[in-house]
Ligand binder design. Sequence first.
Ligand code: NCD
Length: 338
Amino acid sequence: MTEAGEPLDSLPGWPRHLLDVAGMSQVAVEEVMRRADEMASVLARPTARLPTLQGRRVTILFYEASTRTRVSFEIAAKALSADVVNITVAGSSVTKGESLIDTVRTIEALGSDVLVLRHSRSGAPYLAAQHFGGHIVNAGDGWHAHPTQALLDLYTLRRHLGGKGGLRGRKIVILGDILHSRVARSNVWTLTGAGAHVWLCGPPTLIAGFEGWARAMRIGDAASPASDASARGELSVTSDLDWALREADAVMCLRLQRERQEAGLLPSLREYSARYALTAERLRLAHPEAVVLHPGPMNEGTEIAPEVVTSDRSLIGEQVANGVAVRMALLSLMSAQA
Ligand code: NCD
């Protein structure tokens, strides 16, 4: 029995690995949300620790830079009493040419039960899962998916916009570099799964291709089970920011990377900011109580104005804090599997 309430063997159907949120059932999502609530109350206690992962080893292996995701996984694993090993690729044998598969096998041989992996290549966690006997948690792979971020964003939004109907029918704008964003891709699944109407907005070069996804979703052909497709919220795609913001209940800004200008996808960062930065003035187009999110890291002044970051509408700090509770929930659910 976990201190958080459930017998560890009572969670049939929970997957061995957490690779993506696409295809995750609503029952599973609800279980994560419920458990994250329990974990948030554990974290509020003076001794914020549960014995759930006692004697288990969690290895955190990041091939890309990260502050909040890495640290919140570490805090979450430690709060569940796990033994935590952090590997920085810069100081590991990866610099000597060791492959991902060899690294994963080495980590397994050293006795790891859970491997939290971030990699710049889409699909890397799937490859790792074929060679690792324990559980893999995808902490972000290429442009593909960032499941734990999407679940913490969902948790944060539900706390603020939840109400009776949950997120059903709410208008949620994801703004910026959609094309290169694993955060946007994963959020589309979880937010439309919760019944929200998601609007993807950015310059035409950075939303290219998403119209097709929106169309596929409208006709119920977006690689999601048909039963679940009918309950999904809609997906819209536009370059018209004013239109997207009108009456929005939430706006999630994404980081704009300098490399995008170098790659010729933007005329200049200054022009991007003039047209797409979320300013206090633009936010007035949204619902008067609209909330603002950003997964971080932020370029204040480029994609988001500093006064929006510090305004009382901003949930950016809360997202970081909720990340610990949601990751504790996920680690505890996974470790309950054989
Ligand atoms: C994001 C990521 O790394 O995917 N950040 C995060 O995990 N909090 C977004 C980004 O890098 O822009």
